[in-house]
Design a protein around this ligand. Sequence first.
Ligand code: FAD
Ligand code: MG
Length: 346
Amino acid sequence: MKNKILKYSILAAIIILSIVQVGCTKELQMVSDSTYMLGTYLQLSVWTTNKQEGMDTIKSSFERIKEIENKMSTNLDESEIGQINLNAGKTYVEVSEETVDIIERAIHYAELTNGAFDPAIGKLVKLWGIGTENERIPTQDEIQNALQFVDYQKIEFQGDNKVKLSEADMRIDLGGIAKGYAADEVTKIMKNKGIKHAIINLGGNVVTLGKKADGTSWKVGIQDPFEPTGTHMGVIEVYDQTVVTSGNYERYFMADDKRYHHIIDPKTGYPAENGIISATIITNSSTDADGLSTSIYVLGVEKGMQLIESLENVECIIITEDKKVYTSTGLTERFQIIDSSFQIEN
Ligand code: FAD
Ligand code: MG
C-alpha cells in the first residue's frame, strides 16, 4: 500500500512537472530545414512561437551562407578567393571587408601554430584532390614543388581591402575556417530575429543558441571516428557555445590499406599523421573553433593541448587512433564518454 502511494505520488510529480514544462513552452515549436552547401549538409533548427517567422529566419540564413560561399569558395573562379587565386603573382584584387577579415583570422591561426594551419595550403589541397573525382597520391616531385607555394607570409595586403598572392603558383583555401564563419553569421541572424533556442549544424560545425526550450543544456554527441555518421562515443553539455570537429573519417580515400584524408600538414605536404583521428573544439566563436580544430589536428596531442590550455575559454577533446581521449582541463564536468572502449587519458 505504502509502495502504491509512493508510486502514485512519483507519477503525479512527473505529470505536474510535464504540465509546468508544457506551460512554459506551450507556444514554442521547432522549425527545421536542411540543404547542401559548402560541400556538406547543413541543418538549421529553431524553436519559435511563430512558425512562419522561423521558416523565414532559416531561409535568410541559407541565403547568407550562399553569399559567403559565393565570396569565399576556392572552387568558384568568380568568388573573391577565386579571383585572388586567378591573379596570383599578378595584381591586387579588391575584396569585401569580411573576406579580408577571414583571411586575417586564418593568418592569426597560422602565426599561432607556427604554420601548422596555413590558408595558403590551396595548391596542396588541389594536388591531392581529396573528396573530388581527381583524388590521387601525388608524386614526391609534385609535393616538393607545391610545398614551395604554401606560405601564409606571402599573402600581401594593400589598403583596407586589396589582397594579392606574391607568387603565381600560390592558392588560398579557406576550407579550414570559413564554415565556422558561416555558422557565426547564421547565429547573428537568428539572434537579431529574436530566436532564443536554436541548433545550427553546418556539416559538423555545431552552434547551440541559448539553452533548450526546457531550460536545460544541449547535449551534443561527439562522433565515434570508427563508426558510421551519427554513432557517438561521448556527449558534451553546452549552451550558447560552438562544438566543431575536424576528423579523418569523412573526406578521405584508401590506397594500399592506407587512409589519405583532407587535413594536410604544410611541413610534409602529406595528410597530417600524428595519431590524432579527431579534434573537437568547444568555445564561443565558431570561426575560432574551426581554425583551431584544424590546427590541433595538424599540431598533434602534445603541442595541440598546450595551445588550447594557453587560450582562455577554449576547450578540446582529442581522440587518437588507439581510442585514447584527451580532454582539456576545463571540460571534465561537461563531457561524458558513452562508449567504454574509449579511454580518458589525461
Ligand atoms: P576542417 O578541418 O575544418 O578543414 C579541412 C580543410 O581545410 C581541408 O579540406 C582544406 O580545404 C583545408 N586545409 C587542409 N589542411 C589545412 C591546413 N594545414 N591549414 C589550413 N587549412 C587546411 N566542398 C566541396 O566538396 N565542394 C565545394 O564546392 C565546396 N565549397 C566550399 C566553399 C566554402 C566557402 C567552404 C568553407 C567550404 C567548401 N567546401 C566544398 C568544403 C571544403 O572543401 C572543406 O573540405 C571543408 O570546409 C572541410 O571542413 P571540415 O570541417 O571537414 O574540416
Ligand atoms: Mg577547421
